[in-house]
Design a protein around this ligand. Structure first.
Ligand code: IMP
Ligand code: MG
Length: 179
């Protein structure tokens, strides 16, 4: 285990089981609909790669990069588009893929910009959900991997100050690392 990690929250097997369960649920709902999966960079890149393979149905892949956190562990509350989609989503079934749902501001913003482009439908899949942290009311994901406590986690794509994304597990970051 990495020295900066206090404990492992989800090990590799637990992540695999979670992703396979989500993949099966999404396949059931989207088979024959040729959805566009939109990964919200950078945190969701590992999850998206595994989820697309677990779904195992015809789909397309695109990326959206937003920024709200800078390098800290607390949201600045400001969300900006850093990189836009490469294709039109008009009339298409869209599934936004997020690493973690925290305050809900990022999801609220994603839903606003995607809905404005007139997709046939838009839903959200998040690997992790921290419901205790929600500040935006009425925001929820359609597919949730695991509900986790209010702790700062890293690994499996998730970072702190652009570090730890490569870790194969999801671990709780030691407080002294970010305080
Ligand atoms: P929200 O807009 O507050 O819901 O924040 C969502 C984004 O914040 C995620 O996509 C992550 O990039 C980041 N984030 C929130 N909590 C954590 C965490 O525990 N570890 C790493 N990144 C996090
Ligand atoms: Mg992030």
């Amino acid at each position: 285990m990495h020295n900066d990690v206090a404990r492992v929250l989800l090990n590799e097997q637990e992540i695999r089981d979670t992703v396979n369960r989500l993949g099966a649920e999404i396949r059931r709902d989207y088979e024959g609909k040729n959805p566009i999966l939109i990964s919200v960079l950078k945190g969701a890149f590992v999850f998206m790669a595994d989820l697309a393979r677990a779904m195992d149905i015809d789909c397309q892949i695109d990326f959206l990069m937003l920024s709200s956190y800078g390098t800290g562990s607390e949201s600045s509350g400001q969300v900006q588009i850093m990189k836009d989609l490469s294709m039109s989503i008009e009339g298409r079934h869209v599934l936004a893929v997020e690493d973690i749902l925290d305050s809900g501001r990022t999801l609220q913003y994603i839903m606003e910009i995607l809905s404005a482009r007139k997709p046939a439908s838009v839903k959200l899949c998040t690997l992790l959900d921290k419901p205790e942290r929600r500040t935006v009311q009425g925001i929820a994901a359609d597919y949730v991997g695991q509900v986790i406590p209010d702790e700062f986690v890293v690994g499996y794509g998730l970072d702190y100050a652009e570090k730890y994304r490569y870790l194969p597990y999801i671990g709780v970051l030691k407080r002294e690392v970010y305080q």
